[in-house]
Design a binder for this molecule. Structure first.
Ligand code: KIV
Ligand code: ZN
Length: 386
């Protein structure tokens, strides 16, 4: 069976930028958008054009710049938002309007003071209106994670009839469990009339730390687009992390799913976005964290030095990291010490290593990490002794 493609929809510049305190200017957004295009992203969500003149300008400039990816603008389900998005996207080679409305009972009651039937009408009307501008219209059912499946299927049917090409099923509050989210996608695939005309899309938030797991469960159950952000940036606990999705699909060939993303650019993308947004990446972040390929305990270091695959499931080069690192701490063993000495130009015999290791432990107990300078000093004082 041929592997099927998962379209990667990057929303770093829209949902990702909703992180408190993270304002990007147009110039910075253009730098990111250009690199996302080179990375192999299928759809770049460039912003929410009606939200501010700055966002409008960014979407418009990104539309002029991006050559390969589709460029998408977000709207609510009303004409003014859609008119504004269409205007901002008018220079895009491949524009997409992303419109939608809340579908859970709490959104219908508290946000809209409305009824389920009225929401279906408004959803379909918004899609029909967006279609007067662009062929490619994605519909989002906000809070789909907490929307009852039968009703959600009716909403989906109505918007497909109105011309939606993509159905975004957001777990807006990050509430779902992977099994539940996967079953939701499966239910829609099996119960929505006309579903073959649209692509199902996962858009998961990370409030319970399940955004990536939920997105993968969605893909396993038939979704063919995943919405994500670099470094998992986004409101509250963030969105699905792009680098995680890409590497899960790359490592798990058994899923028979792939993306067009050039994984070798992931590390550099992560650093660039982190620097421009002023949001540091937690060291233990999967794939792109500073410790993702760092080994510090003796048993692990010994294994990795003998063969990298003992404790690494990804070759660091695959994500653009030069090499795994062996961090010297008080938990390190002799083989790690010999390895690091060799790395800075010293070959040591077994007896020398036995001696140096005892010296190393004395210093390591006083410091968090032993660096190359410490090793050189140790070697100098050792040379003076012999
Ligand atoms: O999380 C969400 O529901 C969203 C939609 C606006 C797509 O970001
Ligand atoms: Zn979102």
């Amino acid at each position: 069976m041929d592997s099927e493609k998962i379209e990667i929809f990057d929303t770093t510049l829209r949902d990702g930028e909703q992180v408190p305190g993270c304002k990007l200017n147009t110039e910075q957004k253009l730098i990111i958008a250009e690199r996302l295009d080179e990375l192999g992203i299928d759809i770049i969500e460039a912003g929410f054009p009606i939200s501010s003149p700055g966002d409008f300008e960014s979407v418009s400039e990104i539309s002029k710049l991006v050559r390969k990816a589709k460029v998408c603008g977000l709207t609510r389900a009303n004409k003014k938002d859609i008119d504004t998005a269409a205007e901002a996207l008018k220079f895009a080679k491949r524009p997409r309007i992303h419109t939608g409305i809340g579908t859970s009972d709490s959104h219908i009651k508290y946000k809209f003071n409305s009824t389920r039937e009225d929401i279906i009408e408004r959803a379909a009307e918004a899609v029909r209106y967006a279609k007067t501008y662009v062929e490619d219209v994605e519909f989002y059912a906000e809070d789909a994670g907490r929307t009852d499946n039968e009703y959600l299927a009716r909403v989906c049917e109505a918007v497909i009839k109105a011309g939606a090409t993509v159905l975004n099923i957001p777990d807006t509050t990050g509430y779902c469990l992977p099994e539940e989210y996967g079953q939701k996608i499966k239910y829609l695939r099996e119960n929505v009339k006309g579903i073959e005309k649209a692509v199902l899309s996962c858009h998961c938030h990370n409030d319970l730390g399940l955004a990536t797991a939920n997105s993968i469960a969605g893909a396993i159950n038939g979704a063919r687009q995943i919405e994500c952000t670099i470094n998992g940036l986004g409101e509250r606990a963030g969105n699905t992390a792009l680098e995680e999705v890409v590497m899960i699909l790359k490592q798990h060939k058994d899923l028979n799913l792939h993306t067009n993303v050039n994984s070798r650019m992931l590390n550099e993308m992560s650093t660039m976005v982190s620097d421009l947004m002023g949001m540091s990446v937690q060291p233990n972040k999967a794939i792109v964290g500073a410790n993702a390929f760092a080994h510090s305990s003796g048993i692990h270091q010994d294994g990795v030095i003998k063969n990298r695959e003992t404790y690494e499931i990804i070759d660091p080069a695959e994500v653009g990291v030069n090499a795994s690192s062996i961090i010297l701490t008080a938990r390190s063993g002799r083989s790690a010490l010999a390895y690091r000495f060799k790395h800075i130009g010293y070959e040591v015999t077994k007896n020398e290593l036995d001696y140096l290791y005892q010296e190393f432990l004395k210093i390591a107990d006083l410091k968090k990490e032993i660096g190359n300078d410490d090793l050189s000093l140790m070697m100098e004082s050792f040379s003076r002794k012999i």
